[in-house]
Design a binder for this molecule. Structure first.
Ligand code: UDX
Length: 440
């Protein structure tokens, strides 16, 4: 079976490399010729653990290739994945489907008989119907099927997630497509990971509902954390206590600076917009989006209150979470400019963020490690849960900094551990350690 994937971004590349790893013949396509040229030479445009090695290995064994000749390639494939971006439309918060529809046009011009078109991009309900309409208009007598097959890959562990999915969702009832999808995911099915066949519309909605549900959990635990700080409770214990209830479960209950990334914020906004269009308001989700925005403002206020007249702030981590270089909708993008505007001097270290591409921090000073940041700072703020930060030498930090303060928005350290250190420590939803009463 020959597979091509239109869109060599995050989802397309991980999907392509992993399917090639399952011995399919895959061509990843993109209109960006430079990106394709780099990929052919094994140069990967994103940081994802294990991806570069996997891609190089699969190029070598001739099961994975890259091309910008989209029309020519799709004319010779049995399965076409659409994995292009669906960013938020800045005017109305709906998903911008222009890239998906231009893929559909391209496919319509080049599709051969008996092709399966699989939409992996996250798209609102009814998008696959429109893709089918576009292809059908030019090819009324052709046999083809449009299938929804959303991705649930977490950045930083995307290869693991592809190989070990909680579930595979497929929106189609076409018998031939079911056979094809069972073949594509044979490895996962043999390993007894569940595959669910449903309608296209349900499949499209499952993706949005999953991400929105997870976003709600995060905002819920963050708001509980705020309450914990006021009443002297410990949010980590609350998460443990509620998470042991099997109906709730322990995952996604880490309080933090709010959710970011390429999916949660935009998918939540798009689902709210779908609710408005279909007159089925998603009120809970609307509150989640507002709560997440408000949280970033509150956190910069918290930093300012703790720092008082100390003007040098060190930021540890700017990506929206650990193990990625992705900055999309990272809490740091609003917290840091806010601090810069209020006259603070900012030093930053992040193990992967590309400093040249982040225009929002242009007045900040980038350092190459944690201790150089500490050297320039009165107060350290942890925004991302990189393991380097969890493993930092706290003794060295207290030697470097005069009256050190750590504000930890990822609760990386235990309170007992911090009580033993000569460090003022503030975290999320827990008591402050070694701090003067004044600050609290
Ligand atoms: C998410 C979904 O998990 C994935 O299924 C989907 O297909 C793409 O979007 P990803 O954006 O890679 O994946 O990150 P994820 O690990 O889910 O975290 C999203 C955000 O929530 C991050 O900002 C993270 O820091 C935050 N988060 C996560 C918390 O604040 N607390 C948690 O307990 C978990």
């Amino acid at each position: 079976m020959k597979i091509s994937i239109i869109g060599s971004g995050y989802v397309g590349l991980v999907t392509g490399a992993c399917m090639a790893n399952a011995n399919q013949h895959v061509t990843c396509l993109d209109i960006d010729e430079k990106k394709i040229k780099d990929l052919k030479n094994g140069k990967i445009p994103i940081y994802e653990p294990g991806l570069e090695d996997l891609i190089k290995e699969k190029i070598k064994s001739n099961v994975l290739s890259f091309s910008s000749e989209i029309s020519q390639t799709i004319r010779n494939t049995d399965v076409i994945f659409i994995a292009v971006g669906t960013p938020s439309n800045t005017e109305n918060n709906e998903a911008d489907l222009s890239q998906v529809f231009s893929c559909a046009e391209e496919i319509a011009r080049n599709i051969k008989n008996n092709t399966v078109v699989i939409v992996k991009s996250t798209v609102p309900v009814g998008t696959c119907d429109k893709v089918e309409e576009i292809i059908n208009l030019k090819n009324p007598s052709l046999n083809f099927d449009v299938v929804s097959n959303p991705e649930f890959l977490r950045e930083g562990s995307a290869i693991f997630d592809f190989e070990n999915p909680d579930r595979i969702i497929v929106g189609t009832h076409n018998k031939d497509s079911i056979t094809t999808l069972n073949l594509i995911y044979k490895k996962q099915i043999d390993n007894e990971f569940p595959i669910i066949f449903t309608t296209r519309r349900s499949s499209e909605l499952i993706k949005y509902a999953s991400n929105s549900m997870l976003a709600m959990r995060i905002i819920f635990i963050n708001e509980i954390a705020d309450l914990c700080e006021k009443v002297g409770a410990d949010v980590n214990d609350i998460a443990l206590g509620i998470g042991l209830d099997k109906r709730i479960g322990p995952e996604f209950l880490n309080a933090g600076p709010g959710f970011g990334g390429s999916c949660f914020p935009k998918d939540a906004r798009a689902l709210v917009e779908s609710g408005i269009s279909y007159n089925a308001p998603q009120n809970l989700l609307k509150a989640v989006i507002d709560g997440n925005e408000k949280r970033k403002e509150n956190l910069s206020k918290k930093i300012i209150t703790i720092a008082k007249n100390r003007k040098n702030i060190g930021i540890l981590g700017v990506t929206y979470k650990a193990n990625t270089d992705d900055m999309r909708e990272a809490p740091s993008l609003s917290i840091i400019p806010d601090l810069i505007n209020k006259g603070f001097n900012i030093s930053i270290f992040d193990p992967q963020a590309n400093k040249n591409s982040i225009k929002e921090f242009k007045n900040a000073n980038w350092e190459n490690d944690i201790y150089s940041v500490a050297n320039n700072s009165d107060c350290l703020v942890i925004l991302t849960e990189w393991s380097d930060f969890k493993d930092m030498d706290l003794k060295k930090i207290s030697d470097i900094m005069d009256k050190p303060i750590i504000i930890d928005f990822r609760n990386l350290f235990s309170l007992d551990e911090m009580k033993k250190m000569n460090i003022e420590y503030h975290s999320i939803g827990r008591e402050a350690i070694n701090s003067s009463k004044e600050v609290e």
